[in-house]
Design a binder for this molecule. Structure first.
Ligand code: SF4
Length: 409
């Protein structure tokens, strides 16, 4: 067991991105995640037709810059610290295939089911990777106290949100965060919103949550309403949050991977409530749009594709991936949409197993694939590697009796 001191040990800095390390990493990443089929479809303008079966890919899909960087750094850490124990705080990204690869490389997750990082036993000889979502301030402090080598892969877009909420705290504004309270990124962001014990935060997920908050801003609350507020947002607000005090000055920010339209609506509704309360002024309101570029591009590309003629849409990715789930939501509003973790879920033309976000469980749909001629749209979230997208494309053709060789002919 490591002996920890009250003051953190100096942070060790190592440059992992040397040309030789990165060349080896790129080669390994390519072997794990590259796809010849996806490259073929891309080269063909995003469309591939064989024997009356057409597959269309959204213009933007799959790995984003933040995810690519996080994976590169994790692979580099494994190479550079080949003789050391390497750990990770939870999942590097929300994709089971990628996380399996990371585990197969001997990188061990130290976050338990209680969502706490178990640092007992870590020594200064160990290496800990912080995933792309970042981690909370308390966990980072514990790691520093252990003196471990930290490999921080936090995406720059996530750090931009932290900057915003820290600014809110320094100006005595409560951060209202549009996001999922249990998501790693939002938990990390929330920890920055109370940095130095000064600020407060409240996390809203739905428009119904937002309306509840807006009603409180406009009308305040009696004892019963206040109790209802505290019960509703239990686990989604800072310690000591008092709705009567801490909704006076608010700054809205969001998890980077939310649905753009919904985040804008949250901002609009809260601003309207503040204006109603404050005689038309917005001095006590601020917002920062912190949807990341990659999320936005994937949503925009899907929006464009949904305007084209398609029989159905496949959304490929991890079920706990926020940006992927929003793509599935967009598809569902327009046409039959199946959110699948991998190609194996397309069991036959007659049966597909897919994730139902409303039931939060996998469900089965029968006779999901119509006879040819057919157009199948495919998109994937920022955490989905190309090899999984390839498997899905190949599987669709296979279900019509067209094999991989014919697809690549
Ligand atoms: S989805 Fe956005 S915030 Fe998350 S890693 Fe990718 S670019 Fe960064």
């Amino acid at each position: 067991m490591s002996e920890t001191t009250n003051s953190p040990l100096p942070v060790k800095r190592v440059n992992l991105r040397t040309p030789d390390v990165m060349a080896a990493v790129q080669a390994q990443v390519e072997t794990h995640y590259r796809s010849e089929v996806v490259e073929r479809v891309r080269a063909n303008g995003g469309v591939l037709s064989v024997g009356g079966v057409t597959v269309k890919l959204a213009k933007q899909f799959g790995f984003c810059y933040g995810v690519e960087r996080a994976i590169d750094l994790a692979y580099a850490a494994r190479k550079v610290f080949a003789e050391k124990r390497v750990f990770i705080l939870g999942e590097i990204i929300h994709n089971p295939e990628v996380n399996r690869q990371i585990a197969d490389m001997g990188i061990v997750n130290i976050v338990g089911p209680d969502r706490t990082a178990h640092v007992d036993g870590l020594t200064p000889d160990d290496v800990v990777i912080v995933p792309a979502f970042g981690t909370d301030v308390g966990t980072l402090a514990k790691l520093k106290q252990c003196g471990v080598q930290i490999v921080d892969t936090t995406c720059g877009d996530v750090m931009s949100v932290w900057k915003r909420v820290k600014q809110n705290a320094s100006e005595d504004m409560t951060s209202i965060i549009h996001g999922k309270a249990s998501h790693e990124e939002t938990r990390a962001t929330a920890s920055h919103a109370v940095l130095g014990g000064k600020g407060h935060y409240l996390i809203v997920l739905t428009l119904a949550d937002t309306d509840f908050v807006c009603d409180y801003i406009r009308r305040g609350g009696d004892a019963a309403r206040r109790a209802e507020f505290l019960a509703r947002f239990e686990g989604a607000m800072s310690e000591g949050f008092d709705p009567d005090k801490h909704l006076q000055r608010v700054g809205v920010a969001n998890q980077t991977t939310m649905m753009r339209g919904e985040t804008e609506e949250v901002q609009r509704r809260i601003m309207a409530a503040i204006k109603d309360r404050d005689a038309g002024t917005t001095t006590n309101y601020r917002f920062f749009d912190t949807i990341c570029g990659a999320t936005q591009e994937r949503q925009d590309a899907l929006k464009d594709m949904l305007g084209e003629k398609m029989n159905l849409l496949l959304v490929v990715g991890g079920y706990n991936s926020s940006n992927t789930s929003h793509l599935a939501e967009m598809g569902e509003a327009v046409l039959p949409t199946f959110f699948i973790r991998n190609a194996g879920k397309m069991e036959s033309r007659e049966r597909i197993v897919h994730f139902d976000q409303h039931k939060k469980a996998e469900v089965e749909t029968a006779n999901w694939l119509p006879p040819a001629p057919v157009v199948v749209g495919i998109t994937a979230g920022a955490s989905c590697p190309n090899n999984l997208i390839e498997d899905s494309i190949v599987r669709v053709f296979e279900l019509y009796g067209i094999d991989r060789a014919q697809v690549l002919a």
